[in-house]
Design a protein around this ligand. Structure first.
Ligand SMILES: [Zn+2]
Ligand SMILES: [Zn+2]
Length: 265
């Protein structure tokens, strides 16, 4: 299995996962044109993508859906609650639907077995998931207020984890771009995950297996890649001697502006 995060952050999220001949795009928050460009930059042919999975309706995850789905002709796997909340109207009738999914039900796309689970976030039916193929398991959670017990349980035995590390609390408080109401939403239990909360997850709940921990959905205004990276590394090092020796090489950062290198598993 291999993974490329094409873009991650409030300006747009899209991730490509490949196993055998199955190619799945997770979320479509970049424009159609930009998504096509980044898929090609990652060395893939957009028209070979079999399916699109949408985690929730927020614009940074779904705004490019109808354009991308129509352009590449891939089947869209989206929950009915999420689709209704997308407000795409009859544009959605022009896209090919995959099976109706929900945050509570496992589903399959080609070689991939998806195990979604509900997360605390202010959307209609948002989910995080683990996905398995070829004996490899990855976990992905972005857009969640905190890592609840269910996430801790589902993320055991993952070979790679893509995890939100949205903001540094002091930077968010001091940020002059956001009104206080937005700050409260981000910091709320159904908002986004702070660097501290991800560090807590890594210290208390991470089982130590994943050798690739990708920090995702970093805020451009209230976080810095190096601040997020150091918080995660420090949390892993506190687990010494279990995995202090390679903490630095495990932690990677997803960028809002460009695809990550492929993570091969
Ligand atoms: Zn988001
Ligand atoms: Zn969201």
């Amino acid at each position: 299995m291999r993974i490329c995060i094409l873009g991650s952050g409030s300006s747009g999220n899209a991730t490509l996962i490949v196993a055998g001949e199955t190619r799945v795009l997770i979320d479509c928050g970049l424009s159609g044109k930009e998504t096509m460009r980044r898929i090609q930059e990652a060395g893939e042919d957009p028209h070979k993508i079999n399916a699109i999975v949408i985690t929730h309706e927020h614009g940074d995850h779904a705004s490019g859906l109808h354009v991308i789905a129509k352009t590449i002709g891939a089947a869209v796997f989206i929950s009915t609650a999420t689709l209704n909340a997308c407000k795409l109207g009859d544009k959605v009738n022009k896209v090919k639907r995959g099976d109706a999914i929900s945050s509570a039900q496992d589903f399959e796309v080609g070689d991939f077995k998806f195990h979604p689970f509900t997360i605390p976030h202010d959307a209609a039916d948002p989910f995080a998931f683990t996905v398995e193929a070829d004996g490899i398991k990855i976990g992905m959670a972005v857009d969640l207020g905190y890592y609840h017990g269910l996430a801790a349980e589902r993320f055991r035995e993952c070979d790679a984890l893509i995890l939100e590390s949205n903001y540094e609390t002091d930077m968010l408080r001091a940020c002059t771009y956001y009104p206080w109401s937005l700050k409260q939403r981000i910091m709320g239990r159904h908002g986004h995950t702070s660097n501290d909360e991800l560090a807590r997850f890594l210290r208390d709940d991470f089982d130590g297996r994943a050798h690739h921990i990708v920090l995702a959905h970093l805020s451009q205004n209230s976080n810095h890649p190096e601040v997020a990276r150091l918080a995660a590394i420090q949390a892993l090092q506190e687990r010494a001697p279990l995995f202090s020796s390679n903490a630095e090489s495990r932690v990677k950062i997803a960028n809002y502006a460009a695809p990550t290198p492929w993570i091969e598993l």
